[in-house]
Design a protein around this ligand. Structure first.
Ligand code: SF4
Length: 370
């Protein structure tokens, strides 16, 4: 692995004992002491027929989920004795995801369109998945770099301040995927992930836009990937309960955005309903039922300290205390922010300081990753 371009904090962050404790399994996968979840999932036999009803498939998946969680407690040496089986926990998850695609409920917009037959929902992403780039990212949080980051085209949000508007939504006016995007299927996506692993990535980081409309392709790619590398979900986290159930056991690390501390601000600036309710439901699940290894990304917005930043930090400390928070100052007035005077500027240093002081007062761990 080449460390030629590593930032100094990507090494020093690991000197923090809390970081070592909270991200212990991630560290062990990097050091090849533990196996990534998806590799273990391929050894778990599942009993199903592709023609089974969706209800029956989901029931089998839920039954196997308990067995899978028990497998995670087994020693590495024993796990290595287990062989990949054809009908496994991932192939079952992929089959269920493809059935959801016929009536798309991957995110809480619940468009219920048949993407297999060419219908398109809010995100306008068809059955196939498209990526705009895949590279070793050195600008992610200290403990994540170099991160094997794969950017998917399209998003289920419509944030007026989107910093990645070119790949998330500005192409939507033409109602077709931009020409810079490359179509991927599970096998070619796995090929990209493997090449990033070979180049020294510490994780495979699915982002966009947002990866949610591409859950079926991403889960499918896990069947073809072979490297012992952390799988990381980097998303707005507006997943349905059903979609999160498919992912929750397969991802090793979570990188959710937590933008708004209430439903109203989300509806105003991102066109999203029930944002806070959905986010807190999903964050609680990944903290309590998933790996629990989480960096919350909070983008501080101008004039939104009392309504968003502080309630978010209050929630984190009370409900998902093992999380680490990246307090982000990268907000810029771009895209359509000129429609809203109150967010049409950078956050001030006074606002940033107020949020950081509040996090300190609550005892939140943020400095090593911010
Ligand atoms: S992923 Fe796209 S089509 Fe599916 S529910 Fe969300 S916005 Fe609608």
């Amino acid at each position: 692995m080449s460390f030629r371009f590593l930032r100094p904090d990507s090494v020093s962050a690991w000197h923090n004992e809390e970081i070592q404790t909270r991200f212990s399994r991630y560290r062990d996968i990097i050091d090849d002491k533990e196996m990534a979840r998806y590799l273990i999932a391929k050894t778990l036999h599942c009993e199903y027929d592709p023609d089974d009803s969706l209800q029956k498939l989901v029931k089998e998946f839920q039954l196997k989920a308990n067995e899978f969680e028990n497998l995670l407690k087994i020693e590495r040496e024993q796990l290595e004795q287990r062989e990949k089986v054809e009908k496994n926990f991932i192939s079952l998850a992929e089959l269920i995801a493809k059935k959801y695609l016929e009536n798309c409920i991957f995110c809480e917009r619940r468009c219920e369109v048949n993407r297999v037959e060419g219908e398109k929902g809010f995100c306008l992403i068809p059955q196939d998945s498209y990526i705009t780039s895949a590279f070793l990212h050195h600008g992610e949080e200290s403990v994540l770099v170099p991160s094997g980051t794969i950017f998917f085209q399209g998003c289920n949000f419509a944030c007026v301040f989107c910093q990645n508007f070119d790949i998330s939504q500005s192409w939507k006016g033409k109602r077709e995927i931009s020409s810079i995007a490359q179509q991927v299927d599970p096998k070619s996506l796995a090929g990209l992930a493997e090449r990033l692993a070979d180049k020294g990535a510490l994780n495979i980081n699915y982002v966009g836009g947002d990866p949610i409309p591409n859950i079926h392709t991403i889960i499918g790619s896990l069947q073809h990937q072979t490297s012992n590398i952390t799988q990381l979900w980097n998303s707005n986290f507006y997943l349905t309960d059903e979609a999160l159930t498919l992912l929750i056991h397969l991802m090793d690390f979570w990188l959710p955005d937590f933008k708004y501390g209430n439903n109203d601000c989300a509806e105003k600036y991102s066109g999203i309903e029930r944002y806070y309710d959905v986010l807190t439901r999903n964050l609680k699940r990944i903290h309590d039922e998933g790996s629990g290894e989480i960096i919350i990304r909070h983008l501080v917005m101008p004039n939104h300290i009392d309504c968003c930043s502080k309630p978010i930090l209050d929630y984190v400390v009370e409900e998902i205390p093992n999380s680490v928070v990246n307090i982000m100052g990268q907000y810029r007035p771009v895209y359509h922010t000129n429609r809203f005077e109150e967010i049409n500027r950078h956050p001030t240093s006074k606002e940033m300081k107020e949020v950081k002081n509040y996090a300190n007062k609550l005892g939140i761990l943020w400095k090593p990753v911010s």
